[in-house]
Design a protein around this ligand. Structure first.
Ligand SMILES: Nc1ncnc2c1ncn2[C@@H]1O[C@H](COP(=O)(O)OP(=O)(O)O)[C@@H](O)[C@H]1O
Ligand SMILES: [Mg+2]
Length: 317
């Protein structure tokens, strides 16, 4: 059913370069979260910190009572078994076919027989729609298929937490749409906690239960999808709606002159909040809420046209 990740006051620097500070958020068990942020804001560093590959200077990452940031290697090794990670490029071994790539964690970390391994590998290949491609080498298949294979490998140890590092990078919009549907279907099926790092706004707007935004070396906001999509907070509003007007410039931050120049510019209205992507079998996920539930509970009027069936994306300036 997935486990919670409780992140408190996390701070990370490399030498003199501060990446982010005082990051505090709870990734709820079994839910889908998206972490957004401009390139270079430390999204990948955050994922690596969660699995203990990078040590923060301050703060804690608590999973099942263990603080990843400070626990001994032995405990870390055990906790890591809860994680499945889909790295940005799929991180496949180029000389191994997909079958051996997907079987790799089982051969490394378990004492399962080859026939047991075969059953698990075929089940996961089926889950990601790659049955029949077992003999292909990573170099022989498309980027979208490589991501699927990476996902199958991330799932073989039945993780409680799945981390995705830009699953949509390098994919065309149609492949991204298929992958997003697969992510939602998988969450419904395996009920694990999902944390997706991306800078694709369409993914962020339609897939998760919760959204976070890393910006300017801190966590600008984290909360339910409808909260961020109806937010007037300048950075959140600018990023989630892909607008030029706002504090984010070409080189991360605009200078005072630039901001002064656009002071009187009228902001375009917030676009409607789209419906959340549902599992393709029509059975709601455990953490899925009724459209508009957060808005009505919090007395927030969603932008006109929100939650309309078949609404097309209307973002950009
Ligand atoms: N191991 C490392 N040593 C030094 N600097 C690093 C290391 N890993 C990442 N960085 C730096 O941290 C910053 C954030 O990187 P990253 O997390 O990859 O950004 P994002 O994934 O948001 O695009 C970058 O400036 C990068 O150069
Ligand atoms: Mg990255």
């Amino acid at each position: 059913m997935g486990v919670e990740i409780k992140i408190e006051h996390l701070t990370k620097s490399f030498g003199k370069q501060l990446i982010w500070k005082d990051v505090t958020l709870t990734v709820p068990a079994g839910e889908i979260c998206v972490m957004l942020g401009p390139s270079g804001t430390g999204k990948s560093v955050l994922l690596k910190t969660l699995i203990g590959l990078i040590k923060p200077e301050e703060g804690s990452v608590v999973i099942e009572g263990v603080d990843i940031a400070s626990c001994p290697e032995k405990e870390l090794y055990e906790i890591r078994k809860l994680f499945g990670v889909l790295f940005q490029d799929g991180a496949m071994f180029g000389s191994m076919n997909l079958y051996d790539n997907v079987a790799f964690p089982l051969r490394e970390h378990t004492k399962k027989s080859e026939s047991e391994i075969r059953n698990i590998v075929m089940e996961k290949m089926d889950l990601v729609g790659l049955l029949g491609a077992e003999d292909k080498l990573p170099g022989e298949i498309s980027g979208g298929m490589r991501k699927r294979a990476g996902l199958a490998r991330a799932l073989v140890l039945d993780p409680e937490i799945v981390l995705f590092d830009e699953p949509d990078s390098g994919l065309d919009p149609v492949r991204t749409a298929f992958l997003n549907q697969l992510i939602v279907d998988l969450n419904a099926q395996i009920d694990a906690t999902f944390l997706i790092v991306t800078h694709d706004i369409n993914t962020a707007r339609t897939v998760p239960d919760n959204i976070g935004l890393l910006y300017h070396k801190h966590l600008a906001m984290f909360g339910p999808r409808e909260m961020l999509l109806s937010s007037e907070e300048p950075v959140v509003r600018q990023f989630l709606n892909a607008q030029r007007v706002g504090p984010i410039g070409m080189s991360e931050e605009k200078d005072a002159d630039e901001l002064e120049a656009e002071k009187d510019q009228e902001l375009p209205p917030l676009p409607p909040i789209p419906l959340q992507l549902e599992p393709s079998n029509g059975i709601p996920r455990r953490s899925q809420r009724e459209p508009g539930a957060w808005c009505s509970e919090n007395g927030v009027t969603p932008p006109p046209g929100s939650f309309a069936q078949g609404m097309s994306m209307a973002i950009g300036d």
